[in-house]
Design a protein around this ligand. Structure first.
Ligand SMILES: *[C@@H]1O[C@H](CO)[C@@H](O)[C@H](O)[C@H]1NC(C)=O
Length: 443
């Protein structure tokens, strides 16, 4: 959101952007607790609540809603202070229940959708099929789902877990219906990368205007630490396109058994590697991973010594700086949308190992539709705690590093994506159009 805001003010210097941020999950949790307490005090118990705690899915909208009074106050104060005319609200893709707050102010809403256009098309399609034809995606079982914006049907095994769970999908429907009430959807993608899905979105019924404005990336990252400098120095010594890079996102970590399979696959493949290996967080599936004091405690005996010449195991890594390095030949990734765009930006072919959220869908898009990734797995789900075998991963790494067919396509997309935000590029034009729309909003 901040990167997008920077881009917008850079293009249009009379635009003023105020960011309203729900600071942290713990603040949010505190707000939910207060909200829930106030409800509990006011409400008579309903028959169906069984006295249990509301589920996280049921909690989500109240959690967002509980912030409304403070946001109303903050917006009023900011308008009074600046004397600026309110042109519109750009809402986070999960905060759509703020729509009516924008309405109170008489301002239009837009969404910033931080995944790709194909996934947006999919989400709209699932909701529309549900509302108009009574289609229930949770009943899909082993089948596949034809969806506009994709050239082939989506297998159920790559549909996000949240869509396959009745409670969560109800929230997806609510959010998606809200998308349709907005004046436009900004998407972190590039026309040349997802032209097929974007065209389908522009033809779909009751779909607001979609603005592809990407790639919105933060390639500078944080200030580099000593170990990061050492990593880059190590990469400097490796031959061009010779190193496979493994990194699974800010929430990506595996238990011991899986770690040993990965280690064995790396040794077996014989390829040079840089591996971001992180310790699973303590306290539930959403606890953030941390770095190991000493990775030896989870790696097979002697692994570091045997691979000292060809590999490096790190904790947190400066991913963009690594992907930018010419020695990197392939990226085994969880396929988060940021990581996907970074890999495309730097023209590094990918191997897919999704974990959660819409990552399985992204993997499908990369392997089947765009053909810029090879498959380790498209359907891995971190909650399954399934173990991907060393053989499977080794096969994936070999295909990634030894079969060059995807490299050319990836390089082609890289050039196109890099052009998008330059003067006259597709995303630049989209941003200009969006600013034009916002400037004309007569309130
Ligand atoms: C994606 O990248 C942006 C920077 O452009 C960053 O602020 C955001 O936290 C990243 N999202 C995730 C899920 O890592």
């Amino acid at each position: 959101m901040v990167e997008l805001a920077k881009l917008l003010v850079h293009r249009h210097s009379t635009l003023v952007i105020s960011l309203v941020i729900i600071t942290s999950p713990s603040t949010a949790t505190a707000a939910v607790t207060r909200y829930a307490d106030s409800l509990a005090a006011a409400a008579t118990p309903r028959k169906d609540d069984g006295g249990g705690q509301p589920s996280p899915a049921a909690n989500f909208t109240p959690m967002i809603e509980s912030h409304k009074p403070r946001i109303r106050e903050a917006v009023s104060a900011e308008l009074a202070r600046s004397g600026a005319r309110l042109a519109g609200f750009v809402l986070d893709m999960l905060c759509t229940s703020m729509l009516d707050l924008a309405e109170e102010f008489g301002a239009p809403s837009y969404i910033y959708f931080t995944s790709g256009a194909a996934f947006l098309r999919f989400q709209l399609h699932v909701q529309e099929s549900h509302d108009e034809e009574g289609f229930d995606v949770t009943e899909l079982k082993e089948a596949e789902l034809a969806c506009p914006g994709l050239t082939r049907p989506v297998p159920s095994k790559v549909i996000p877990s949240g869509f396959l769970n009745k409670e969560w999908v109800a929230l997806v429907y609510t959010i998606t219906r809200n998308f349709r009430k907005t004046k436009g959807i900004l998407v972190n993608t590039v026309r040349e990368l997802e032209s097929y899905a974007l065209e389908s979105l522009s033809r779909g019924k009751n779909i607001p205007k979609v603005y592809p404005v990407g790639p919105i990336l933060n390639l500078k990252g944080e200030k580099s630490r000593r170990e990061d400098d050492e990593t880059i120095e190590w990469l400097d010594q490796q031959p061009e396109s010779s190193v496979v890079f493994l990194c699974f996102g800010s929430m990506g970590a595996f238990r011991g058994e899986q770690v040993r399979e990965i280690a064995s696959a790396l040794e077996g493949s014989g390829h040079r590697f840089l591996w971001s290996l992180r310790r699973p967080g303590e306290g539930g599936p959403w606890a953030s991973p941390t770095d190991y004091e000493d990775v030896r405690e989870v790696l097979p005996e002697g692994f570091l010594d045997r691979t000292a010449e060809v590999g490096r195991v790190m904790g947190w890594v400066p991913q963009a700086a690594v992907l930018a390095h010419k020695s990197i030949g392939g990226f085994v990734s969880h396929c988060g949308w940021n990581s996907t765009l970074e890999s495309v930006w730097f023209g590094v072919p990918m191997a897919t190992w999704p974990m959660y959220a819409e990552q399985q869908f992204n993997a499908f898009l990369l392997v089947e539709e765009l053909e810029i990734a090879t498959e380790v797995r498209m359907d891995y789900r971190s909650e399954s705690e399934e173990v991907v075998s060393a053989e499977e991963l080794e096969r994936g790494i070999r295909s990634l590093m030894e079969d060059c067919s995807r490299k050319g396509r990836m390089k082609g997309f890289s050039d196109l994506v890099r052009g998008a935000l330059t003067d006259g590029g597709s995303s630049s034009s989209s941003i200009a159009e969006f600013i034009g729309d916002v400037s004309n909003n007569d309130l």
